[in-house]
Write a protein that binds this ligand. Structure first.
Ligand code: SAM
Length: 349
């Protein structure tokens, strides 16, 4: 893209999204950058490694410092690079309406290139014409979902007679998958706090033609039900695994929010455990790579809740490359090409 076109488009966007002053600010900044781009001196990687990563890869300094402490310099650099790459379009096939084989044929017949994911029934597609994407969605054949979001459901499969509960379900990606995987035969209760968001679950369920999903607007901390055989807690989290999909999130997120989220996750996890029937299963998942919300949260849970055990993910349908040494589901943008995510399967003894 030539410089003049990038500046012009950005200035137009600033005017449309804001007002004339935003447009002149964008204009001044971008033209100033072009005039002086060869004079910009980046921090030295050896002398100031964290500032180097922060400036070169455009991530906040506090986040880079935290990641270097948690994962080391090299991993942080790879992670920051991956966060700046556009995420591919990933689709999950609704097996109730079309097989993965037939969907692959539909793509091949139209000359559309695709890759089958290591996550069963997920496809990544680089150039899917938008009208065709809309047609596939309208038929209920597919759901747009990152491959990593398909992993928590591979930790279990609803059996006839079981009740499945998704406590934080909106917009419904995982609960739709859960219902599809159980052949639309197990009752699935999809709960979320916000009415605006439970509406999204209802429209997804209608689009996918699912009959087994009952949508409930309620606070999971006061869930109006007794128990379920499988409870999924896809917890509200810092989202540090999805920065490539949400470019503004890195600049909005603060350490103080994460501290509040940790408290909420603990409360939700404790509450979720109380809703699991005897011999039932609790799946905890996040779309973050932040250890306190993931491994450390599970360590806290197991310590504070005797009578529960971790069931290692390698004993399930999760692909081996997405299982960590300690038996959790773990994905990273720079290693798996998927969003960063985490999941643990907890068995009630
Ligand atoms: C990570 S999102 C869930 C994504 C969803 N599982 C999916 O796959 O589409 C977390 C959800 O938790 C909901 N939430 C937050 N606090 C809640 C609470 N106390 N009770 C129920 N839902 C809550 C939010 O409204 C948000 O929709």
């Amino acid at each position: 893209i030539p410089d003049f076109a990038a500046v012009d488009e950005s200035v137009t966007l600033a005017r449309l999204a804001g007002h004339a002053k935003w447009a002149s600010l964008a204009n001044g900044l971008l033209r100033g950058y072009l005039r002086q781009s060869n004079k910009i001196v980046f921090p030295d990687a050896k002398a100031e490694p964290e500032r180097f990563l922060s400036v070169v890869y455009s991530h906040p300094l506090w986040l880079v410092k935290m990641w270097v402490r948690q994962f080391g310099f090299d991993q942080t650099e790879l992670l920051c690079q991956a966060d700046n790459q556009p995420a591919p379009l990933s689709l999950r096939v609704n097996l109730l309406l079309i097989s993965s084989q037939r969907f692959a044929q539909e793509l091949t017949q139209r000359g559309i290139g695709f890759q089958r994911s290591i996550v069963p029934d997920f496809f990544t597609i680089h150039d899917l014409p938008y009208p065709l994407q809309i047609a596939f969605l309208t038929k209920g054949w597919v759901t747009v979902q990152d491959e990593s979001a398909g992993l928590p459901n591979l930790l279990f499969r609803g059996q006839a007679g079981q009740v499945l509960l998704d406590l934080c379900a909106a917009p419904g990606g995982k609960c739709g998958h859960m219902a599809e995987r159980s052949g639309d035969r197990c009752p699935v209760i999809a709960m979320d706090l916000q009415p605006g968001r439970t509406r999204l679950i209802r429209s997804l369920v209608t689009r996918l033609g699912l009959r087994s999903v009952q949508v409930v607007t309620a606070n999971a901390l006061q869930a109006p039900l007794r128990s379920a055989d499988v409870v999924l807690l896809d917890a509200p989290c810092s989202g540090l695994g999805v920065l490539r999909r949400k470019p503004d999130l890195r600049w909005r997120r603060r350490l103080a929010d994460i501290a509040l989220l940790l408290q909420l996750q603990k409360k939700l996890l404790h509450q979720a455990a109380g809703l699991v029937a005897k011999n039932g299963v609790l799946v905890y998942s996040t779309c973050t790579i932040h250890p306190p919300e993931n491994q450390e949260m599970i360590a806290w849970f197991l310590h504070a809740h005797p009578g529960w055990a971790l069931q290692r993910a390698e004993e399930t349908e999760v692909p081996a490359s997405c299982v960590s040494a300690d038996g959790f589901v773990e994905t990273w943008p720079h290693r798996h090409g998927m969003d960063g995510s985490f999941a643990a399967k907890l068995q009630k003894l």
